[in-house]
Ligand binder design. Structure first.
Ligand code: FE2
Length: 578
């Protein structure tokens, strides 16, 4: 079995994870944050996640045949040479600080960031934690971070050939890569160095708008449709980028320290960074609007160029930037694009899938198409009742949870729904979900008020049957529509029937198309809801309180059930009511 790891050894690394692949199939995939209960698990080497995937697959670390990490430092010399030649653009630091950035920092990084150090750190953590001699571990390989993202998107896509685009903040010393995928191989067409980073570009604006980098980008995307064209703001945002002949450049903003980039935005836009508690004003929404448009323009032009040059019609996306489901919509809608697959764990965590897939391919396996992301921990009804007994919680074991949940949803109640293996990636897709009636806009307020405790302007999304997708969504459904990571225009019927799941500002939606093959129980629930109401969709949001990772275990679900305004909870066949 092949073990892929997204390592993290300092605070700049987030979303560490572990994955096991056996003969081309994912056996287990778990993010460290679900184990440590610390969202994004910054700087945590994912020992608990590794322990969990081994436990899910019922093997020991000794049974692992290969280990690959989703990071290497192969581009180290080039990247550090570039930094030493240019230094950071800085307007806020003094000459000693600039000297440090230009000379000392590259020197320091050149000794710290090496594949050898990453390998030995990993070997030492594994051998200590699992009480195994280092010599018993297989060779640890360091894989290019962007290549692991790209692999995680292409190999399980089911496409024979596709354009593959990976874009993120940075990993190793690259912030993106464009590939031609064919068969089981990816050929790099272009790469982007660390500072020419669309993830960093979006992050600079995210920080300027008062949200946390590498966390609040989704909120900025959600804010964008509330914005309007603004000549001054538009000209500033557009002045930071060029895109031409398959290459973009955003270093006019990003080639400086993050704090300097925010200071530059303040200067150029003519107003101060928003403090997170401050009211969101129209100008903040307008900044988000122009930022979103620029990022969409860049990635769609980039994709169009390579699709035409390579003669391709399918696109695969991964890397943190691919969590931007509005951008994904623009790519899907390109004339040249026939179909699109987006890795549901597009964030760093998905690199573990890519790393393990690479090893599996090298062992001669072909990779199975990914129809669902339910590769995490699962529990039996007996295990759940034992937890309830221990917690002295009253419960019923029922033989028809989907039917009962549908009944409660149709009555307007808020339902906790915990079934099967936990989802990998940031979206709950019906196994660790909070569900509500999509028919009334009131559901939006009720979920925000009683359950999620989050900003009222943020949209919710629907899970729907394929037939409902055809009724409510405009355009052809892409493969990415399985994962709530692609956005669609909606029909008049959607605005009538599922208003709580449309973006309040532009009526678009980010659906999950649920099939009986991918998730039979969830499909039954939505079908039962359709039988009662005529609407083949439910509002679905992740089962967690604001700022926390999704629940993993029955204990966590029960605790959240009592600390939130949920009406009823289904954990496997166990029903708990208030
Ligand atoms: Fe990444």
């Amino acid at each position: 079995m092949h073990l892929g790891i997204v390592p993290a050894n300092d605070g700049s690394h987030h979303d560490p994870s572990a994955c096991l692949v056996e003969r081309g199939e994912v056996r287990a995939f778990v993010e460290q944050e679900r184990m440590s209960r610390d969202k994004h698990a910054e700087g945590q080497f994912p020992l608990e996640a590794i322990e969990e995937v081994l436990s899910i697959a019922s093997i020991s670390i000794r049974d692992v045949s290969t280990i690959s990490l989703s990071r290497n430092y192969d581009n180290r010399r080039k990247a550090l040479g570039r930094l030493a030649r240019r230094g950071y653009n800085s307007t806020t630091s003094g000459c000693f600080e600039r000297l440090y950035d230009t000379v000392m920092l590259p020197l320091k990084q050149s000794t710290q960031l090496t594949n050898e150090k990453l390998r030995s750190l990993t070997a030492s953590k594994l051998s200590t934690h699992f009480d195994i001699d280092q010599s018993e571990l297989p060779e640890i390989r360091c894989r290019n971070h962007q290549h692991t993202h790209a692999t995680s998107a292409f190999l399980p896509s089911g496409f024979d050939e596709a354009l593959v685009v990976s874009l993120d903040n940075y990993g190793g010393h690259l912030s993106g890569g464009v590939y031609h995928g064919e068969g089981s191989q990816l050929r790099m067409l272009e790469s982007f160095p660390r500072f020419n980073s669309l993830g960093r570009f979006f992050g600079d604006f995210t920080a300027f708008l008062g949200f946390r980098r590498s966390n609040g980008e989704g909120k900025v995307m959600g804010l964008a449709p509330y914005g309007e064209p603004n000549e001054h703001i538009g000209s500033v945002v557009e002045s930071y980028y060029t895109v031409d002949d398959g290459h973009y450049d955003v270093e006019a903003l990003t080639y400086r320290k993050p704090s300097d980039a925010v200071a530059k935005l303040e200067r150029d836009l003519g107003f101060d960074q928003r403090y997170w508690r401050d009211e969101i004003e129209q100008r903040h929404k307008d900044v988000a609007f122009h930022l979103q448009r620029v990022v969409e323009d860049i990635v769609s032009q980039l994709s169009e160029f390579y699709l035409e040059r390579e003669g391709l019609s399918k696109v695969c996306l991964a890397g943190g930037v691919a969590l931007n489901c509005k951008m994904n919509k623009r790519i899907r809608e390109l004339d040249a694009v026939e179909d699109m697959f987006v890795q549901p764990a597009a964030n760093d965590a998905g690199g573990a899938l890519g790393a393990a897939y690479i090893d599996s391919v090298e062992a001669g396996d072909s990779i199975a198409e990914m129809h669902h992301p339910y590769f995490g921990t699962a529990y039996t009804t007996e295990e759940v009742t034992a937890v309830c007994d221990e917690l002295k919680v009253d419960y019923d074991v029922v033989d028809d949870p989907p039917e009962r949940a549908a009944e409660r949803l149709a009555d307007g109640e808020l339902v906790g729904w915990f079934q099967g293996g936990m989802e990998g990636g940031p979206r709950a897709l019906g196994n660790r979900s909070i569900l509500a009636d999509p028919r009334s806009p009131d559901s939006l307020d009720r979920v925000n008020r009683y359950v999620k405790h989050r900003e009222e302007w943020r949209p919710f999304a629907p899970s729907m049957l394929r037939s409902a997708g055809e009724q409510y969504l405009e355009g052809e459904l892409s493969k990415a529509a399985r994962f709530m990571i692609d956005t669609y225009e909606t029909t008049a019927a959607a605005r009538e029937s599922i208003p709580a799941t449309l973006h309040p500002a532009d009526d678009t939606t980010r659906p999950q198309i649920v099939t009986a093959d991918a998730n039979p129980r969830y499909h039954s629930l939505i079908s039962a809801f359709e039988d009662r109401t005529g609407v083949g969709a439910v509002l679905n949001t992740s089962f967690n309180d604001s700022g926390e990772p999704m629940v993993r275990s029955p204990q966590e679900a029960i605790r959240d059930f009592y600390s939130m305004g949920l009406d009823v909870l289904f954990v496997e066949d166990v029903m708990i009511e208030k």
